[in-house]
Structures are given as structure tokens and as C-alpha cells.
Design a protein around this ligand. Structure first.
Ligand SMILES: [Ca+2]
Ligand SMILES: [Ca+2]
Ligand SMILES: [Ca+2]
Ligand SMILES: [Ca+2]
Length: 326
């Protein structure tokens, strides 16, 4: 039964994924400045609950060229990153492919336990404070798409990248790009990226709103949204074609808070737009947060960087500009 649900999820994903492009990770629509991983000697009150983040990259099987996974600002030092004392943090990036890299249950969990490093290790590099990579890109690859884990129902190959803080207590901010080029960012038609837990940095501008887009697969009845160390920074609002903006409970300092949403039938097969407007005053600066979403079976739900079905728009306003609120 569990496998069947996964199957339905994957099948319904195919249609939409063919239309999407792999964009920067985080994607433009998400309006999230950077992904975030702290050194493992850090205090979780700085915003990272487990010092590990896994991201998945999906390449359509009919794409036969080499692919590259590029990392922006992989170092922890200089610009972009968050210092505590002096820079002393090392982060390890690992690229996995092959059988089990995504299909292993532990790979789709929210904490780095068990066999989460499943699959075949294809590449690995450790970065400390390295001016050479500050505000610039490091490129993993080339990879043959067939080195990923093939999923027949996806008709795609999936790679996994794990970033872990293996020493130190500073925060590493970084971004990814799945590219056809080693030296520039060129998207792949039909590719996408997703995660089962998102650890990221919010904007330092109170007028910016970030978004994440969990996919509501067939059979989803309730959605449990968990967030960590939100520092009371504004709101989490659930928006869909049926929902104008339902408020979700948010966390304060170094704690997890859960809240539930009952799924409306018409929302199934699309994505939620979790809108994350910041608190207007006072500014919560350098706010690092973690989010994950589970269904009623306690299965993790993926956030796609190119949302499945597109960005949902509340139907009352759809195509009716006069009905839009000021
Ligand atoms: Ca430090
Ligand atoms: Ca840096
Ligand atoms: Ca960095
Ligand atoms: Ca925080």
C-alpha cells in the first residue's frame, strides 16, 4: 500500500516535471537567499537542528548529455556565511547516485540517521574557509545521467547531494545549480530538484516573502507542517487554489512546532504555496530555519524547487485582477 502511494505520486509527477526546468536551488520563485548548514559544534539555537542537508536532483532519462552539480559559495568564510568567533568550520559535500540513493527509506527522512548515505558515492569534497570559493562556484562532475538512480516510473535519474558540517561552529550558506556546463549555469529541460527537509536562510529585508512548495500527492488527507527555530519571524501561510492563506503555528527559539492542515480534494495533485512573510518589526536578522512536511502516514513529502503543477493561485483571485487585495 505504501509502495502504491509512492507509485501514484511518482506517476502524477511525470506529467508536470516534463514541463519544468531545473533552475537555481533555491529557485527564483522560492525567493530564498541561501541553503544553510552549520558546523557540528554549533549550538542548534543558531537555527540548524542537525548540521546535515540532503538535496535530490532529477534528470529526465531522455537527456543523454553529461550533467554537472554546481555549488555556489561552498566555503565557510568571507562573504555570505555566518561567523561565530573565528572561522573554523568545515563542510563536506557528497554526491550519490546508483541504486538506493533515493529509494532507501532513510534517504527520504528528515534526520541523518541509519542508511541515509545510501547509493554509490560519486564525488566528495571538504571546504573550510577558502577565499578561492568565496562568492564563486565549485563544480562536481561531469556525471553521466545513468549514474543516478533510475526510477522507471519517473523515467528519470536521481542524484543526491548531502552537505554536512563536520567541524566548527559557523554557518555555511550556499546554493546549487544542476547544469549542462562545468563553467556556467545552463538549465536542463524537464529536470527538477527536491528535498524532504529544507534548511535555509531567510531574507534580512522585512518586505521579502520566501516560499516553499510541498507536493500534495494522491491519497494525502492531512499535512503536518513542522518548523524549527522560526524566532517568531512573521507567519507561515498555506495558499492553494482553494485556500487564501491559512496561518500555521510557528516556533520561537531552538524548538520544533507542528501544525496540521486538512487537504481539500481539489488540492490533490498540485502544490501548496507555503508563504513565509517576515515580521515587520523589529527585523529578525540572519534568521536560519528548518521545515519539513509529512502526510497522515507520517511519510515525508517532497518540496520541489519547480513546484509540481506550477505556483498555485487562490481561485477567487485567478484571472480577476480587481479582486486582488491591495
Ligand atoms: Ca567559529
Ligand atoms: Ca563564503
Ligand atoms: Ca558558504
Ligand atoms: Ca532561527
Amino acid at each position: 500500500m505504501k509502495e502504491m502511494r509512492r507509485l501514484i505520486f511518482i506517476l502524477s509527477g511525470v506529467v508536470f516535471c516534463q514541463l519544468s526546468y531545473s533552475q537555481p536551488v533555491p529557485n527564483k520563485e522560492e525567493n530564498i537567499p541561501h541553503l544553510m548548514t552549520f558546523g557540528n559544534e554549533s549550538d542548534i539555537s543558531w537555527g540548524d537542528d542537525d548540521f546535515s542537508q540532503a538535496f535530490f536532483f532529477q534528470v529526465p532519462a531522455d537527456f543523454k548529455e553529461q550533467v554537472f552539480i554546481r555549488v555556489y559559495d561552498p566555503d565557510t568564510g568571507g562573504a555570505v556565511d555566518e561567523i561565530r568567533g573565528g572561522w573554523n568550520t568545515q563542510c563536506q559535500f557528497e554526491v550519490y547516485g546508483g541504486e538506493g540513493c533515493h529509494s532507501e527509506d532513510d534517504a527520504r527522512e528528515t534526520s541523518p540517521f541509519g542508511n541515509y548515505k545510501s547509493g554509490t558515492l560519486l564525488a566528495m569534497k571538504v571546504f573550510g574557509e577558502e577565499p578561492r570559493y568565496d562568492e564563486s562556484w565549485y563544480t562536481f562532475g561531469p556525471f553521466n545521467p545513468a549514474e543516478g538512480e533510475y526510477l522507471e516510473v519517473f523515467d528519470s535519474y536521481v542524484f543526491k547531494v548531502i552537505c554536512e558540517g563536520i567541524s566548527g561552529d559557523d554557518g555555511n550558506m550556499y546554493n546549487y545549480y544542476l547544469s549542462t556546463s562545468a563553467v556556467e549555469n545552463i538549465p536542463i529541460e524537464g529536470a527538477n530538484a527536491f528535498a524532504y527537509e529544507y534548511s535555509f536562510r531567510m531574507h534580512n529585508d522585512v518586505n521579502e516573502t520566501s516560499h516553499i512548495y510541498p507536493y500534495i500527492m494522491e491519497g494525502t488527507v492531512t499535512v503536518q507542517i513542522s518548523n524549527f527555530d522560526w524566532d517568531n519571524d512573521g507567519n507561515i501561510l498555506v495558499v492553494s487554489t482553494e485556500r487564501q492563506g491559512q496561518r500555521i503555528a510557528i516556533s520561537e527559539e531552538a524548538d520544533w512546532v507542528e501544525d496540521q492542515v486538512k487537504v481539500i480534494e481539489a488540492e490533490v495533485g498540485g502544490s501548496y504555496d507555503l508563504q513565509l512573510p517576515k515580521r515587520k518589526f523589529p527585523l529578525v536578522k540572519n534568521n536560519n530555519v528548518v521545515v519539513n512536511v509529512r502526510n497522515q502516514f507520517n511519510e515525508t513529502m517532497p518540496f520541489y524547487t519547480s513546484p509540481i503543477g506550477g505556483v498555485p493561485e487562490y481561485k477567487k483571485y485567478k484571472g480577476n485582477l480587481e479582486a486582488l487585495p491591495d
